[in-house]
Each structure stands twice: as structure tokens, then as C-alpha cells.
Design a protein around this ligand. Structure first.
Ligand code: 5GP
Ligand code: MN
Length: 337
């Protein structure tokens, strides 16, 4: 787990810094927001002035977390975000390991000259911080945040609410402990969190059972009309056009989890979701076993991620992106397995 020397340095940096800014990745998920708000809650108890600045907003199903309403979205409140960043004495980068994951906020963050700490679990970290805690074996950044808090001697500050933030990240990054969660350590952490008072069932319900009617109808449409199989590879995909997204009143977060469904088909080992946005096609990829979809995404979709969960973007038409997948995936599988 996290090395004590890194935590000691992190603690020293916190001690000498008054203004701290915590930054999750673009389109922050349960892990990025959970880790950010948990750390924010701890550092505020240490009497620090802490802000969470996210590159953009995040979905409604994560808005129940303590401090969620105060998160500054760079895309929506750029002046406020810039002001807070310019006064920062210490930055935390959580759940990402390359500044390109900040999208339009990247250049602003590059200009901030204060000390930086990165805590992340993606492979191949870039050298973007003074203290780097990078553990690709960890199932979630929230797992690392818990370890950091514990090793820094701040465990007593973890309230039930902050424990629920940490649990959310572990739950969402492991599909409710259904994948990427075979190391025993994670269950020790979950046991500790439940011991602190986490209402597991409530968190599950808040995150997974608070769908809008539109989202459920979009899911039905995606599975019923827009899911296809490849003839020459164990793969299936869903494609959704901008018109379809509009028809179902698409809101950010509505397609969360859609990419997992094709993997539920017998014999399917690779799954993709293509979504047409005004300026680009956004792609999500998932796989089973040793199939490195992060590598495929790097090669064809300007992206990356984890072995079994990756994403990227394509600048062109929806059908062109889909055709790249249909044509290149079978070749990729032959060469990489
Ligand atoms: P999702 O499909 O849920 O958007 O993303 C799954 C994982 O893929 C994320 O945790 C992240 O690691 C990675 N990912 C998603 N989009 C991108 C992207 O555009 N670039 C890179 N490098 N990684 C991405
Ligand atoms: Mn994560």
C-alpha cells in the first residue's frame, strides 16, 4: 500500500499550506468525487482553507455527498476557479495521472507554481507532482485516500459522512465489489468503513437506484435498438447519436454503466460504447481477462485507462469511429493475445 515516506512528505506539505485545492479528473466519477470530498472534509477539520475544483460538473447521483454543492466547476465558473487556483499553496491531483485528463483546465493548472501531490491508481503515471502516490494495483483512489488518512494519523477525523464518500469510490470503481476487487486489503478497508458507520445499502441506493425516467428509457433503447455484435471478434458495442441523446433528454451521467451491459452476453469479452457529442465521439471500452483495452484506446481513440476499463475520443463521424472498432479490434485481438 502507500509508502510511509510519501505520507510523511504529504503531511508536511499540508502543515505548511493554508490554501489547498483538490482537483479530480474531467467528468469525475464516484471515485474521483468521493476521494476529493473525503480529503476535503479531513483537511477542513485541520483548519485549512480547502476548495475542490473540478474541470466540469458531475452527475446528480453523486450530489448527496457532503461538500458536493460547493465543488467549483471550471467549465461553469471559470473565473472563480481561476481565482481559487491562483491563491493555492498546495494542489492535490486525485484519480488521474496526466494533466491532459483535465481537458480545458490543463493550461491553467500548468501555470500554478505551488507544490503538488498526486494520488492515483492508473498505470503509467506522468511526473506531474512533487509527491506521487501511484498504486496501479489499488482498486480505487478512495482505497489509497483511506490509507493516506490512516497513515497520516487522521483516522479519528473520518466521520460517517466522509466514510460514505470513501466507500462510494470503492463501490463504483469495482462494480459493487464485483470486479477488480480480489485483494483482501479492500475488504479490511470496507470493514473499517462499515465500522465507522457507513450505511452500505443507503449508499448503493443513492448511487445506483436514483435513475431518471429518461435514463431508463435511453437504456432500453440502447439495448433494444442500438447494440450490435462483431462477426469476427468476441465483441459487442452500443452506439448513440446526438439526435438519440437529445430525444431522451440526455444529461451527463445518464450513460454511466451502459458500456458494461454487452459484457453480460455469453461469449462477449470486449464491449464499447460510442456516443456522439457536438465536437467529438466519446468512446468507453471494457474487457474481460487479459485484453488490454487501454492499449487499444491509446492506439485508435486518443485515450487510455486501465487494462479492463478505458476510454477515449474520436474526431470524426460516429460511423467512422464505429468502423475503426469493427475493423481494428479483430486484428488487435489477434496481435495482443
Ligand atoms: P469511462 O469509460 O468510465 O469514461 O472511463 C473508464 C476509464 O478510462 C477511466 O477511469 C479512465 O481511466 C479512462 N479514460 C476515459 N476516458 C479517457 C480519455 O479520454 N483519456 C484517457 N487517457 N483515459 C480515459
Ligand atoms: Mn478511479
Amino acid at each position: 500500500m502507500v509508502e510511509t515516506t510519501a505520507v510523511t512528505k504529504l503531511r508536511q506539505l499540508v502543515e505548511v499550506s493554508d490554501n489547498i485545492v483538490i482537483i479530480p479528473h474531467h467528468n469525475p466519477d464516484g471515485d474521483a468525487i468521493g476521494a476529493s470530498l473525503a480529503l476535503c472534509g479531513i483537511l477542513r477539520q485541520k483548519k485549512k482553507n480547502v476548495n475542490v475544483v473540478s474541470p466540469n460538473s458531475f452527475p446528480e447521483f453523486l450530489q448527496w455527498m457532503p461538500g458536493a454543492k460547493e465543488v467549483i466547476s471550471f467549465e461553469d465558473e471559470s473565473e472563480k476557479a481561476k481565482a481559487v487556483l491562483s491563491e493555492a499553496g498546495l494542489l492535490f491531483f486525485l484519480d488521474f495521472n496526466g494533466l491532459s485528463r483535465l481537458r480545458s483546465m490543463e493550461s491553467v493548472v500548468r501555470e500554478v507554481s505551488c507544490m503538488k501531490v498526486m494520488i492515483d491508481h492508473h498505470p503509467e503515471p506522468e511526473n506531474i507532482a512533487d509527491v506521487i502516490i501511484s498504486e496501479p494495483d489499488a482498486s480505487a483512489t478512495c482505497e489509497l485516500i483511506y490509507d493516506v488518512i490512516k497513515k497520516a494519523g487522521w483516522k479519528e477525523l473520518i466521520s460517517k459522512e466522509l466514510a460514505e464518500c470513501i466507500y462510494t469510490g470503492i463501490m463504483t470503481d469495482t462494480g459493487s465489489l464485483s470486479y477488480n476487487s480480489s485483494r483482501p486489503e479492500i475488504y479490511h478497508i470496507v470493514a473499517d468503513l462499515v465500522g465507522i458507520g457507513v450505511d452500505k445499502d443507503k449508499v448503493h441506493k443513492l448511487v445506483f437506484h436514483s435513475n431518471s425516467f429518461d435514463r431508463m428509457r435511453l437504456l432500453g433503447h440502447a439495448l433494444g435498438q442500438k447494440m450490435f455484435r462483431l462477426d469476427d471478434a468476441p465483441a459487442a458495442y452500443i452506439e448513440l447519436s446526438a439526435e438519440e441523446l437529445k430525444r431522451f433528454n440526455f444529461k451527463p451521467g445518464d450513460s454511466e454503466g451502459f458500456v458494461n451491459y454487452p459484457l453480460w452476453i455469453e461469449g462477449i469479452s470486449v464491449s464499447a460504447l460510442f456516443m456522439e457529442h457536438p465536437d467529438k465521439i466519446k468512446i468507453s471500452l471494457r474487457s474481460q481477462g487479459d485484453i488490454p483495452v487501454n492499449k487499444f484506446s491509446e492506439m485508435y481513440f486518443n485515450g487510455g485507462g486501465h487494462l479492463n476499463a478505458a476510454g477515449g475520443e474520436f474526431y470524426g463521424e460516429l460511423n467512422e469511429a464505429v468502423n475503426v472498432f469493427r475493423k481494428e479490434l479483430p486484428v488487435f485481438l489477434k496481435n495482443n493475445l
